[in-house]
Design a protein around this ligand. Structure first.
Ligand code: GSH
Length: 202
């Protein structure tokens, strides 16, 4: 079997979905985390100069969502139906757009007070409309698409897990989303990962 290596910083951010997929698929991979102080040197060795990258045999694959799709195929977490698969791609793109906006605020050099104000604006503008749509989508459904778990469900789990940074712990207004989150994070391999993964700020 090919040896897989994911290279990223000691962050969840753009790599966490890949880790959840490989964990759920029980596929071994090396989870290399580059120290910030080593990054300027390491960057010179990375085609494109950005992380994450994924190393498989002699190939270096960039772009987190391309890596996630590759991982999901290997973990058999992509539905066979092309339209269902495309809906998951759309979900992942939407989540990444929201998260990119969120991390931009979270990591900016503004004061904590300014960031808090920005997050308060961001919540009703970007997050809550997405939550409403997801709530509708999940009501009466077992999983995001099809009757089986897919990487779309894991992407949603990662998304909600990250939103805890917004103190959005109370999902009571979104019962279907809450139940879905609890189901995903109770999957034994995901649960184990959540309990054992390295700590990081985001
Ligand atoms: N679209 C790319 C974005 C990659 C990206 O911007 N990576 C950032 C970290 S999240 C990075 O490598 N920053 C360090 C640098 O540019 O030197 C992806 O999703 O993988």
């Amino acid at each position: 079997m090919a040896e897989y290596k994911l290279i990223y910083f000691n962050l969840r951010a753009r790599a966490e979905i890949v880790r959840w997929i490989f964990k759920q698929g029980d596929i071994p991979f090396i989870d290399e985390r580059v120290n910030i102080e080593d990054w300027p040197e390491k960057k010179k060795t990375i085609p494109g100069g950005k992380l994450p990258v994924f190393i498989v045999n002699e190939h270096t694959l960039p772009q987190s969502l391309a890596i996630a799709r590759f991982a999901a195929k290997k973990a058999k977490l992509v539905p066979e139906n092309d339209l269902e698969a495309a809906f998951i791609d759309a979900l992942a793109d939407t989540i990444y757009e929201i998260m990119a906006e969120f991390y931009k605020i979270h990591m900016s050099k503004k004061t904590e007070e300014e960031k808090k104000a920005q997050k308060e604006e961001f919540l009703p503008k970007s997050v809550l409309p997405a939550m409403e749509k997801l709530e509708k989508r999940l009501t009466g459904r077992e999983w995001y698409v099809s009757d089986n778990l897919t990487w779309g469900d894991l992407a949603l789990g990662v998304f909600l897990n990250e939103l805890k940074l917004l103190n959005l712990d109370d999902l009571a207004k979104y019962p279907a989303l809450k139940a879905h989150y609890e189901k995903v994070t109770s999957l034994p391999r995901i649960k184990e990962w959540l309990e054992s993964r390295p700590k990081s700020g985001m």
